[in-house]
Design a binder for this molecule. Structure first.
Ligand SMILES: [Fe+2]
Length: 260
């Protein structure tokens, strides 16, 4: 199976991701070995920090990456990972962001160092983004709950039409037991839409490892579900189409039941 990676810091030298062109080449080769045929370059955009010149620079570097990736037969699309802080609304109003390849999908993240808590600020942010005409994709949803995932809250986000992305690295246990458990709870309950790599390096953690994750998950989860998470839904995003809901809950527990 081919994979589409919609979240990665492959565009080098512009954030805390891939540092230089040589590392970008290594990451692209690893992506190729992992059957990744398309990637979305999503550099961090921090409202209040980045200006129009920065956004133009990011787009230029993504274009450099696009040319580099041709050697590996990988198609590169543009995007960003918008950090939702207090200045986010100005960033949206002044278009200091990069939606995924001219679609209405916008990858957003909260501060992973803070627990989301019970306050509604986050929901207000997401609602405003929706009002402004974007469909939020919530990056690595499993990473915001250090005391265990709040499935009801995630369910509410999905009911609101938001897309839930989980990191491949979280499923591999790179971010610790709680985050791993959060990721599998989302998967086992069908409360996610996309698995992506959030690639920051060409080796170590957060690398282009979709084939590795697919091989691990395929021992337990069916082909159609994994294809939806790692190819079909990412493709729907690129084509600005509605994404598919994952019907994991029933089939997963049915299988468990059958085994007993
Ligand atoms: Fe990221």
């Amino acid at each position: 199976m081919q994979f589409i990676d919609i979240h990665g810091h492959y565009a080098w030298g512009i954030d805390d991701g891939i540092a230089n062109q040589d590392e970008a080449i290594k990451a692209l080769k690893l992506a190729k070995e992992n059957n990744i045929s398309s990637i979305v370059a999503t550099p961090h955009v921090v409202p209040g920090t980045h200006n129009e010149t920065d956004i133009q620079h990011f787009k230029k570097r993504i274009n450099d990456l696009k040319l580099l990736a041709q050697q590996e037969n990988i198609t590169v699309y543009e995007g960003c990972e918008l950090f939702l802080n207090h200045d986010y609304i100005q960033a949206i109003d002044h278009q200091l962001l990069i939606p995924i390849e001219n679609t209405s999908y916008l990858l957003v993240e909260f501060d992973v160092r803070k627990e989301l808590g019970k306050e509604y600020e986050v929901e207000d942010y997401l609602y405003e983004i929706e009002i402004k005409g974007y469909k939020p994709i919530i990056a690595h949803a499993e990473r915001y709950f250090p005391h265990g995932i709040d499935l009801q809250r995630i369910e509410q986000w999905i009911d609101n039409g938001y897309v839930i992305q989980v990191n491949a690295s979280s499923l591999l246990g790179v971010h610790g037991k709680t985050v791993k458990n959060n990721a599998y709870q989302l998967l086992n309950n069908g409360l996610l839409h996309i698995i992506a790599t959030d690639t920051h390096r060409s080796q170590g953690h957060r690398i282009p490892c979709l084939l590795e994750v697919y091989q691990l998950l395929s021992k337990k989860y069916d082909y159609q579900t994994l294809k939806a998470l790692m190819f079909d839904n990412p493709l729907h995003v690129l084509q600005n189409e509605a994404i598919e809901t994952i019907q994991m809950n029933q089939s997963f527990f049915k299988k468990l039941f059958k085994r007993r």
